[in-house]
Design a protein around this ligand. Structure first.
Ligand SMILES: *Cc1c(COP(=O)(O)O)cnc(C)c1O
Length: 395
């Protein structure tokens, strides 16, 4: 079985698991216990992990808050900021191709009376910066733009986005889940105010994430968020609840491993992705890449295969290959992907698309085997279709 669905999740790296294990049994203390060594030890491990995660995006460790994952981080960034917004800042700008956790959080604050602008993208998924600038007004609170798209891999120019937003006094949030494992993100240099991260997309455990909350003083005053979860005031009051110490330790280790390996891993994985595309496009007709050829996450390939239903293809390869359709949670009856529709694809083209996500553990042999399998199943499906058409015509 070949796993090529790393945008959905990644396996926990062995070294991450080894770092976590003692914190389940031996060092099981509550990081908030102030009166004994169990608590001190857990707290020390959490603070070390906070430094490791902060280093991944070059921010101060004190500004990183641990959450249950990027879904929560996105909710906290958008809803938490909206709840503390001044009356004259009730507009949010985002992009039609963002992750559901961003789009649905925006929808929620819209129901509370906020205006939300959802920017369209070009046929490759790219933002128009001119249009972005025009969409921002004096009442814009926040601009939320992801770093790399989880379906089509397109990268957005975050530095420019931040410059444009800040010029009008708006804050910037970035869902950086998909890019940080392989591509550098210097949130401090780019002056991004809020960054969402998730451990399980970078070879850490599921159920742990982070939100960077910058201390940039904007025309709005110091950045402040209303918590989604009230309680003992953990995580500077932004996120109460006993800390998931093993998860946090694993996230820290995963972040450190990514930081150490990104410079060699990004070109290696990018080259494997290019190899997959060239072998598919060489052997099969009617293949198109969804998203740009350049300016793309190294681990991402999303292709549309003319005349082939994506679900049929996925079913055909399922015994050997774990890949997914463009749609994040697709079943035969599910809506086609909102990201692919935003590129201007019609439903049929969106449904003819599949997404490959490569990982740290992907090998050249796996890529070659995957290409062979996909090619064989596509040819089979096309032959079946041709035969069906012929028999309809009575040939
Ligand atoms: C997976 C993903 C999320 C959600 O992260 P969880 O930690 O699973 O909640 C958010 N944004 C993007 C871009 C993702 O790929």
């Amino acid at each position: 079985m070949i796993y090529l669905d790393s945008h959905a999740t990644t396996p926990v790296d062995r070294r991450v698991l080894d770092a976590m294990l003692p914190y389940f049994t031996e060092h099981f203390g509550n990081a908030s216990s102030r009166n004994h060594a169990y608590g001190w030890q857990a707290s020390k491990a959490v603070e070390r992990a906070r430094e490791q995660v902060a280093a991944l995006i070059n921010v101060r460790f004190r500004d990183v808050i641990f959450t249950s994952g990027a879904t929560e981080s996105n909710n906290l960034a958008i809803k938490g900021l909206a709840a503390r917004a001044p009356d004259n800042r009730r507009h949010i700008v985002t992009v039609a191709t963002e992750h559901r956790a961003v789009l649905d959080s925006c929808r929620a604050v819209e129901r509370q009376g906020f205006r939300v602008t959802r920017l369209g993208v070009d046929a490759c998924g790219r933002l128009d910066l001119q249009q972005l600038a025009e969409s921002i007004s004096d009442d814009t609170l926040l601009v939320s733009v992801m770093s790399g798209n989880n379906e089509i891999g397109v990268l957005h120019p975050l530095g420019e986005v931040a410059r444009i937003a800040h010029a009008r006094g708006a804050l910037v949030h970035c869902d950086a889940v998909q890019s940080v494992g392989l591509l550098p993100l210097d949130a401090r240099a780019l002056e991004i105010d809020l960054v969402s991260l998730s451990a399980h997309k970078v070879y850490g455990p599921k159920g742990i994430g982070a939100l960077y909350v910058g201390r940039t003083t904007s025309p709005l005053g110091p950045l402040d968020l209303a918590p989604l979860i009230d309680g003992g005031g953990h995580e500077r009051g932004y996120r109460s609840g006993t800390l998931n110490v093993p998860g946090i330790v694993g996230f820290g280790k995963a972040a450190e491993l990514c930081r150490e390996s990104a410079a060699t891993e990004a070109p290696r994985i990018g080259a494997l992705r290019d190899r997959l595309w060239s072998s598919l496009s060489r052997t099969l007709e009617g293949m198109r890449v969804n998203g740009p050829l350049d300016g793309r996450l190294p681990q991402n390939l999303n292709v549309r295969i003319e005349g082939v239903h994506g679900e049929m293809l996925l079913k055909g390869v399922a015994s050997d290959l774990a890949v997914s359709s463009g749609a994040a949670c697709a079943t035969a009856s599910a809506e086609p992907s909102h990201v692919l529709l935003a590129l201007g694809l019609d439903e049929e083209a969106a449904r003819a698309s599949i997404r490959f996500g490569l990982s740290r553990f992907t090998t050249e042999d796996e890529i070659d085997a995957a290409a062979t399998k996909v090619t064989a199943v596509v040819q089979q499906l096309r032959a079946g279709r041709a035969a069906a058409v012929s028999s309809q015509r009575g040939i």
